[in-house]
Design a protein around this ligand. Structure first.
Ligand code: ASP
Ligand code: MG
Length: 404
């Protein structure tokens, strides 16, 4: 039997009737060689429109109804695509999350996939019918609709690929692959032929917009290779591979960055066991992602504790920290959302000590002050003032010859 592949089409790829027809042709061609399972996003702009609509009767709509509403965009595109396929002689059927029992946790708008009924999908394939599945959503144990967070269709696609043991998950979007950095900031950015999962995780986590990070985590965990490619033009795209594809891989794969971050600093926290846990656990309990975490060397039993979160979580974190004040002793709380993060990502960082000093030198030459430095095996992250972000990205891209 032929291999199964999952093809996922993003919002711009299904953004109009012409686009849906073009996608139907892509599926038709793939369907000649492989068994194809399709996952779709809502037509571009639709989810935003629905989110706006959800605020008609107040800014804080009921979370259950919010998800029920904003999940409808994918139903539209799935059915339309099934119709487009039928019109060119390909049998296809749309499936909603409940029709394939895409079970998730109860966390509305941030739900996590727990299980899928793969049999429905496989049965459809066995009948020669291309299943078109709504991305971005699932159902709770009791059947309520949930959504997976913005960009969640990527995760749907990879989860399905993992579950039915597809040989690959192709993510079609409006860019032709993963670049060394955002070409809107550095026009000389180069498309990567391949990148390893762990590097991609860093690129995605650091704000590379091409694939949702959760999708890459899933792919990494369940060994699903992903290919990112354009539905607008032909090309091989970028393979996000499980292992190092070839030995020629560059030391540094790319420069990732993120704006819209908020830095929290608790000054003069009593430095005793359990303090980091006490500060961050309530944040974690609210499923708020904490990114860079730094604790200083303490002086006289007091230390400064800093961490960053997405700015959209700023208010909630502020509230948590203020409520906590009674339990944790600290002098004052500094909140700074005028920051950005730039990261150098590459498997070469592991074995190459010169990389950090090269980065520091390049930024110093541009007079960019570094507020926080944090490193991992394959990443060097620098927090800087937001207004220097683009300059920093360009400077580092050049310093590491990524334009060559
Ligand atoms: N339609 C959803 C969004 O706009 C999910 C997705 O496109 O992946 O976030
Ligand atoms: Mg997307």
């Amino acid at each position: 039997m032929s291999d199964i592949i999952v093809q996922k089409f993003g919002g711009t790829s299904v953004g109009s009737d012409e686009r849906i027809s073009a996608v139907a042709e892509i599926i038709k061609q793939a369907n000649e060689k492989e068994r194809v399972v399709v996952v779709v996003s809502a037509m571009s702009g639709e989810t935003n429109r629905l989110i706006g609509l959800a605020k008609t009767f107040g800014d804080n709509p009921d979370t259950r109804e919010f998800d029920a509403l904003i999940s409808t965009g994918e139903k539209v595109s799935a059915s339309l695509l099934a119709m487009a396929l039928s019109s060119i002689g390909i049998k296809a059927k749309s499936f909603s999350a409940s029709q394939i029992s895409m079970k998730t946790t109860n966390q509305h708008s941030k739900a996590k996939i727990i299980d899928i009924d793969g049999d429905k999908i496989l049965a459809s394939l066995a009948e020669g019918i291309v299943p078109i599945i709504t991305g971005f959503q699932g159902i709770t144990e009791s059947g309520d609709i949930t959504t997976l967070g913005r960009g969640g269709s990527d995760t749907t696609a990879v989860a399905i690929a993992a579950h039915i043991k597809a040989s690959r998950c192709d993510i079609y979007t409006d860019v032709d692959g993963v670049y060394t950095t955002d070409p809107r900031i550095v026009p000389e950015a180069k498309k990567l032929k391949s990148i390893t999962m762990e590097e991609m995780l860093e690129m995605a986590g650091q704000g590379a917009k091409v694939v949702q990070i959760r999708a890459v985590e899933f792919a990494n965990k369940y060994n699903v290779p992903i290919r990112v490619l354009s539905s607008f033009e032909e090309g091989e795209g970028t393979l996000i591979s499980l292992k190092e594809e070839n030995m020629e891989n560059a030391l540094i794969s790319g420069i990732a960055f993120q704006k819209d971050l908020t830095k929290f600093t608790l000054h003069s926290v009593s430095d005793k066991p359990g303090i980091a846990y006490e500060i961050l656990n309530p944040v974690n309990d609210k499923e708020i992602g904490v990114d860079v975490i730094v604790q200083n060397v303490s002086v006289n039993g007091k230390t400064d504790f800093t961490f960053t979160v997405d700015s959209e979580d700023e208010e909630e974190v502020k509230k948590i920290l203020e409520d906590e004040r009674t339990d944790i002793e600290f002098e004052d709380l500094e909140v700074d959302n005028n920051i950005a993060k730039v990261s150098i990502v590459g498997a070469g960082i592991r074995s190459n000590a010169g990389i950090a000093s090269k980065a520091f030198k390049a930024l110093a030459a541009e007079n960019i002050n570094i507020q926080i430095i944090s490193t991992s095996e394959i990443k060097l992250t620098l927090v800087i003032e937001e207004k220097y972000l683009e300059l920093a990205v360009r400077t580092l891209h050049k310093a590491f010859n990524l334009d060559k």
